[in-house]
Design a protein around this ligand. Structure first.
Ligand SMILES: Cc1cc2nc3c(=O)[nH]c(=O)nc-3n(C[C@H](O)[C@H](O)[C@H](O)COP(=O)(O)O)c2cc1C
Length: 197
């Protein structure tokens, strides 16, 4: 049997009354049914993520980056990932500040790993947020996956915790197939040779 990859699904919105956990929960269900992953849902609302960063850059400090003790569980769960799905809404044509803070507190945890996106919002379905995330994650040497899921007008396109679009599970499978391929390829590459970041 093929070894499963660890997939971390990050819930990127932390505001009161958020819709994010609904989208993340459905995404996690698709990933478990897909069968290629051990799934860990990381909800940023469960962590203290300060906005004030240390003087040293995480890029240069690497594993010695001086995070507050309380951040250790978040860093450990991100480090375990072979692949990520970021579940993000769109705030003012970008993604939530909590997600940016979580990204910026880490570096090696993202490096040479695949990242896919599931977004939601108004007319654009969160695509503006994803465009910004793709740009940011390139700086961290992550590999972003082309086929994302975007849910426009989520307030009418979801019911009882599921998207109404009957094609959605098929789109999710395409995303998860691509993510599996990249998780295997990049995992083997990281194991063979340290990434020259
Ligand atoms: C500060 C803020 C800015 C927003 N800006 C946008 C936007 O630019 N585009 C959009 O489609 N929706 C926007 N929305 C609406 C969100 O898509 C909607 O509130 C969604 O529920 C947010 O996800 P959440 O409930 O998981 O936080 C915004 C919402 C907030 C709170």
């Amino acid at each position: 049997m093929t070894e499963k990859h660890t997939l971390v699904i990050v819930v990127g919105s932390v505001r009161e009354g958020r819709f994010g956990p609904v989208v993340a929960s459905w995404t996690a269900e698709q990933a478990r049914e897909h069968g290629g992953f051990d799934v860990d849902v990381v909800d940023l609302a469960e962590f203290e993520i300060p906005l004030t960063l240390p003087a040293v850059s995480p890029k240069f400090a690497g594993d010695a980056y001086p995070r507050p003790e309380a951040m250790a569980p978040l860093a450990a769960r991100l480090a375990e990932a072979d692949a990520f799905i970021l579940v993000t809404p769109e705030y003012n044509h970008s993604y939530p500040a909590a997600l940016k803070a979580a990204i910026d507190w880490h570096f090696t945890e993202w490096t040479a790993k695949p990242v896919a996106f599931v977004s939601y919002g108004g007319a654009a379905g969160g695509r503006h947020a994803v465009l910004h995330l793709e740009n940011v994650l390139t700086e961290l040497h992550a590999v972003t996956i082309r086929d994302g899921l975007a849910f426009p007008n989520y307030f009418t396109s979801w019911q009882d915790g599921r998207p109404l679009d009957p094609g959605a599970p098929g789109y999710a499978k395409t995303l998860l197939d691509q993510l599996t391929w990249w998780a295997a390829a990049l995992g083997a590459a990281r194991a063979a040779t340290p990434y020259p970041a």
